[in-house]
Design a protein around this ligand. Structure first.
Ligand code: SF4
Length: 227
């Protein structure tokens, strides 16, 4: 029987980083794999480099979706927004990329914290792969994940996910507007192209456009100016 390989699906966020440290502490031999959609936040790429500099080995996988290796290029070409309901972007860019790379039989460690356990126990990427959720099994919450990372003397990563994500919260879109204006403009560009193609207003976050989200609940300080 062939040897069972162990993988960690690393998203570069808090949970998978804490899980990586737990696997290291337990002396488990695994391969950490990170799928780069090409639309990760700049801070996520910095964190990937930071972890590598600290000596952690991480395999970076690039998708190939009909010749496109990044989600922005794909959405721009087809004038569509990422998957608001079907999450096609996760399937095409992340899951299929993992599926092509993973050698079965294998166990895939997935970093889902105990307080998000409703997201666990999903279908493995392919036959012969078993998903394992040690953070759920050991009841490790997100707060405890942060503690684990700090105890190992590492910086805390930002929340993982694409800057083009339809599920981005208004605080994240606002952050993009303030820190990475060029990416914010690209979000708006995808909305504009998708709207032109559909001949109706299409928003990335299906209820509000990127511009509205970025400025929602922000007090306009000019109202306090005299005169
Ligand atoms: S983070 Fe958002 S945009 Fe990126 S693949 Fe997942 S659902 Fe799609």
């Amino acid at each position: 029987m062939s040897e069972i390989k162990l993988y960690l699906s690393h998203g570069m966020g808090v949970n998978s980083t804490a899980l990586m440290l737990m696997l290291e502490d337990f002396g488990i031999k695994y391969e950490a794999v990170f799928v780069d959609t090409g639309c990760e936040h700049p801070e996520t790429y910095e964190y990937l480099n930071y972890l590598r500099e600290q000596g952690y080995e991480i395999t970076v996988l690039k998708p190939d979706v009909g010749g496109f290796d990044n989600l922005y290029g794909y959405c721009k070409h087809y004038r569509i927004v990422p998957g608001q309901f079907t999450r096609w972007c996760t399937y095409k860019f992340k899951i299929k990329t993992l599926k092509n790379y993973i050698e079965s039989p294998a166990v895939m460690f997935v970093g889902i914290a105990y307080d998000e356990k409703h997201r666990a126990f999903t279908k493995p990427v392919k036959n012969g792969v078993i998903n394992a959720y040690p953070l759920v099994n050991y009841r490790v919450t997100r707060e405890e994940c942060i503690k684990i990372i700090k105890e190992h003397g590492l910086k805390i990563p930002r929340k993982s996910g694409c800057w083009l994500c339809p599920f981005a919260k208004k605080e994240e879109v606002r952050e993009l507007y303030l820190k990475h204006r060029e990416l914010y403009e690209k979000r708006k560009e995808i909305e504009r192209l998708a709207s032109e193609r559909a001949e109706r207003e299409i928003y990335l976050n299906w209820k509000k456009k990127t511009e509205e989200l970025a400025h929602e609940d922000v007090i306009d300080i000019t109202v306090f100016l005299e005169g």
